[in-house]
Design a binder for this molecule. Structure first.
Ligand code: NAD
Length: 429
């Protein structure tokens, strides 16, 4: 009977979820917070909509001389707290609504971390894995030309995200510089040789691992007793595996788009990296058993770290998640219905706007270094990141305890309150 009712609840949640686009899903958290904070309707209107959305046609001559027309976007959600900041995603599913959702998350992530930025995001609907370096270079330059007029060191500063990296940022900086003059602070996540910050590449994974360590400390459990599964072995997933592994966590399983691997005794990350550098995938690694991405998500482990795509834990699979903690390293990996089911099952969800904020935090350090034309040492970057991550983790835990809310609710309450205050102080309403 109880199972029957749980199934009916899951189906009802699923039907509700199917009606929500990614931006509507993010908006749910914002509107819930606005309700708890009793914000006025004008402020809620500004928090709920995007200030500017650019959609551009990007014609690119491919290596076979055929012209391919890509579609690209830059969405600026809210700039009340400072210049817009947010990554650029190259992915076949990067449509306008997804980019809008990610821009909103950036506003609240920057506010939660108390960084002087608003939120933006960019995207190009393309499959970088199927494109040559010269095609990606041409696409990046065309994209930068099309959105260049709304960028600026004090206006909007892009960074890498899924499918883009330091090389993409170097091309963006160069394309922008050709028109506007040498401007290293126009993007963050650049190569160190071009004014990038030490520690930026591993910063998001370092922040994820720091949150895992702090949560383990709050539970009174040693990392060596915690079994971890990580979906995604790109920038965020692989650095999380290395740094969390270095802290003593037992990383049992990882995956990428080609599949996953599992070893109940823990993976040897150094050997895995050696394999990855040759094979270009974790799949096929000899020190483990192959598993699918779906099996990884439902693995018997303590901490589950989705570090690839959004919306991978939904009403369809939330009841099957066996981890007791979900650490949201990816943006928006858990849908609202999935989140409700995890909540009913007492699974703790550490929210993306805290967990993966190490990247934008070190991007902020990079931006300030560019403005000052000064470079910090790696030790200084890592120390400042550590201090901020631990402080914000503690702020969130204290707010959740005070209000009796779940971590995501506490995170949005802190962030929405800060953005709302900036809107009022500026006199927007
Ligand atoms: P990436 O492109 O470096 O890596 C993405 C990984 O996901 C790869 O291992 C890829 O194989 C895997 N993947 C892609 N499609 C998949 C699928 N269908 N199933 C399973 N795995 C799949 O990207 P990244 O920079 O590591 O970003 C990962 C997530 O973290 C994204 O949600 C991104 O928005 C978020 N994020 C990234 C940063 C950053 O600094 N890079 C900062 C904050 C948040």
């Amino acid at each position: 009977m109880a199972t029957h009712q749980a199934n009916r609840a899951a189906i009802a949640a699923e039907v509700h979820e199917e009606r929500l686009s990614p931006s509507q899903s993010v908006l749910e958290s914002v509107l819930e917070s606005a309700g708890r904070l009793q914000l006025n309707a004008d402020v809620v209107g500004l928090l709920s909509t995007c200030w500017r959305e650019v959609r551009a046609q990007l014609p690119v001559r491919m290596d076979d001389r055929k012209l391919h027309i890509f579609e690209g976007y830059r969405v600026q959600h809210n700039g009340a707290r400072g210049p817009y900041k947010g990554g650029v995603r190259f992915h076949p599913r990067a449509d306008l609504d997804e980019v809008r959702a990610l821009a909103m998350l950036m506003t609240y992530k920057c506010a939660l971390m108390d960084l002087p930025f608003g939120g933006a995001k960019g995207g190009v609907m393309c499959d970088p894995a199927r494109m040559s370096n010269t095609e990606l270079n041409r696409l990046t330059r065309t994209y930068t030309q099309h959105i260049g007029s709304i960028l600026g060191v004090a206006r909007d500063i892009p960074a890498p995200d899924m499918g883009t990296n330091a090389q993409t940022m170097a091309w963006m900086m160069d394309a922008y510089g050709q028109k506007y003059g040498y401007t290293p602070g126009i993007v963050t996540g650049k190569p160190v040789e071009l004014g990038g910050s030490y520690g930026r590449e591993q910063a998001t994974g370092r922040g994820v691992a720091t949150c895992m360590r702090e949560y383990a400390r709050s539970e009174g459990v040693s990392p060596s007793e915690i079994r971890v599964a990580i979906q995604g072995y790109g920038n965020v997933g692989s650095w999380t595996a290395r740094i969390a592994g270095g802290m003593g966590f037992k990383v049992l399983a990882v995956s990428d788009v080609k599949g996953g691997i599992f070893n109940p005794d823990g993976l040897n990350i150094t050997d895995l990296d050696r394999w990855f550098s040759v094979a270009g995938s974790v799949a096929g690694f000899s020190g483990a058993t192959p598993i699918t991405n779906d099996q990884l998500l439902e693995l018997d482990c303590d901490y589950l770290v989705p570090a690839a795509l959004g919306e991978v834990i939904t009403a369809k699979n939330a009841a099957n998640i066996r981890a007791r903690v979900v650490v949201e390293a990816a943006n928006h990996p858990v849908t609202p219905s999935g989140d409700r089911i995890l909540g009913q099952r007492n699974v703790t969800v550490l929210p993306d706007i805290l967990v993966n904020s190490g990247g934008v935090t070190v991007s902020y350090f990079e931006w300030t270094q560019n403005i000052q034309q000064f470079r910090w040492s790696l030790d200084r970057v890592n120390e400042e990141l550590e201090t901020r991550m631990v402080q914000r983790f503690n702020d969130l835990a204290a707010r959740a305890l005070k209000d009796g809310t779940r971590p995501r609710q506490a995170a949005f309450d802190i962030a929405v309150e800060r953005v709302a205050k900036a809107i009022l102080l500026r006199g927007f309403v």
